[in-house]
Design a protein around this ligand. Structure first.
Ligand code: SF4
Ligand code: SF4
Length: 190
């Protein structure tokens, strides 16, 4: 009960400070056709479908949006963006919701924020993700020894199939560093 009250308080703070107007502008001509939902490969795991999420944005239901995990589960595949009959920038809108959740540092999204940042830091260092390093840093940041145990069976299965390697990364100059710097410079100018 105490946790629920805490969460409500944080979400209340978000509704005061999170301005959804720019996101509303991106999707304001949505006709609720549901093509985005039908195209989304992650919809099965979302609590609200993408179509419903856009309806919630249009209705300014900030609390429900940030209580949901729909936008966190968007893997930026761009299927919905490519298929939306109105040509709306849906992947960008999902990303904008992720950015608000990250900036507000909501504990509910801490695991996801850590996951994203460890992933992208690994890509920045090596030019591609190094699975062993990425997962080690991610679990270390969570400071909960039970979480790695939850993923152990999946990790073993992936290793047996040769999908991930536990070898240390090969040392090389950061091949994507100039791209990362250019993006940072662009973001600073916004
Ligand atoms: S596909 Fe586009 S128009 Fe259709 S529901 Fe989704 S966002 Fe709205
Ligand atoms: S970009 Fe995100 S919301 Fe759109 S189809 Fe892909 S996973 Fe789903």
């Amino acid at each position: 009960m105490g946790n629920t009250a805490g969460l409500q308080k944080e979400i209340g703070a978000i509704s005061t400070f999170a301005d959804l107007a720019p996101i509303r502008k991106m999707i304001r001509s949505c006709i609720q056709c549901g093509t985005c939902t039908a195209s989304c490969p992650n919809e099965f795991a979302m609590d609200f479908t993408p179509r419903r999420l856009w309806r919630m944005v249009l209705m300014d239901q900030t609390e429900d949006i940030f209580e949901s995990k729909t936008f966190v589960l968007c893997s930026s595949c761009y299927f919905c963006t490519l298929r939306c009959p109105r040509g709306l920038p849906l992947t960008e809108a999902m990303s904008a919701l992720k950015q608000i959740a990250t900036r507000k540092k909501l504990p509910k999204f801490k695991e996801s924020v850590n996951f994203y940042s460890c992933f992208i830091e690994s890509v920045r260092r090596h030019g591609r993700v190094n699975e062993a390093e990425f997962m080690t840093r991610y679990f270390a940041r969570l400071k909960n020894p039970l979480i790695p145990l939850r993923f152990a069976p999946l990790g073993v299965r992936l290793m047996m199939k040769g999908k991930i390697s536990m070898l240390p990364p090969i040392k090389q100059a950061r091949p994507l560093e100039s791209i990362f710097r250019s993006v940072e410079a662009l973001e600073e100018r916004k």
